[in-house]
Design a binder for this molecule. Sequence first.
Ligand code: 5AD
Ligand code: SF4
Length: 350
Amino acid sequence: MDIRNTADKLLRGEAPSLGELAHLIGNMDERLRAELRKAAGELRDAIFGRRVYFRGLIEFTNYCARNCFYCGLRRDNHGVRRYRLTLEQILSCCETGHVLGYRSFVLQGGEDPYYTDDRMVEIVSAARASYPDCAITISVGERSRASYQKIFDAGANRCLLRHETADPEHYGMLHPKEQSLENRMRCLRDLKEIGYQVGAGFMVGSPWQTAENLAKDLLFLHGFRPHMIGIGPFIPHRDTPLASFEAGALQTTIDMLSMTRLLVPRALLPATTALGSISESGREMGLGAGANVVMPNLSPSDVRKLYSIYDNKKSAGNEAAESLSLMKEQLTAAGFVPDMSRGDWTDGAG
Ligand code: 5AD
Ligand code: SF4
């Protein structure tokens, strides 16, 4: 198989076959990497200009009823001090963000049963009423269609739910048997049908992942066309069953970002915290490979370190909202244009 041919397909925005793409991913060389990165960056520039959108992240609960093998917040990890933010605390995070200029908030948490539909509706309605000019994104895991619908009707616009891996067998190796890729995909389809802007995404370098798994992820994204796509390296957490595995490679993560930009041109693509956590230059490299979103943390500083999905998560310094102006300066110096607007997905008509 000819990797040059496959790369040319990507450069034309065509989906290669699973076999072709897996072969390319397993045999990338520095020249091809650079070529895909450059093309992805140029495509982002052609569609969005040099704008980088800001989303304020509010991690409102670290309780989780799930037991994903990779995640430090899994229910069997008894070493975590658990917290929940009150409605007042959540609104106060929004207020801090709004004053700083944020017009897009992401309410993220573990799958915490305390947040019943009624409580989620209360939170989202209150945020919607106080900040009518802002986009509200939820990231609260798998729920029923009826539940997503209620939260949408209360004023949420977007929902993030990574598919984690598009291969059912690989999914089964990373999750306990009560969790299934099938239900995840059901959620993603429901969310889209309800009218959310939907974010999917996956981890790079998660245990047992093959080049073919990654190819499946990219082809799933190409077919499903999410509005947002979160891609970051797997990073081990010491108190999980996968503690002894190595972190995903920076280079492969960057390759996945470039290929994703080429296959889903209009996607909003964050340079993730995980990417910034494995390398000092991770975030800049992500933006260089076609990413166009950053998600600084607006959570109260005393709880930030408790939201420990993986070890050594970047949670202070540049990731903190207080350092917003520094972050903007860095982006500007790198030739980007910080954009604090809602940054809705568009089909190009607007
Ligand atoms: N390393 C990297 N990313 C992780 N996530 C969870 N655990 C880890 C880890 N150990 C990601 C998952 C999840 C998101 C909230 O964080 O992709 O969807
Ligand atoms: Fe819970 Fe999400 Fe972590 Fe899974 S990845 S254990 S659902 S917080």
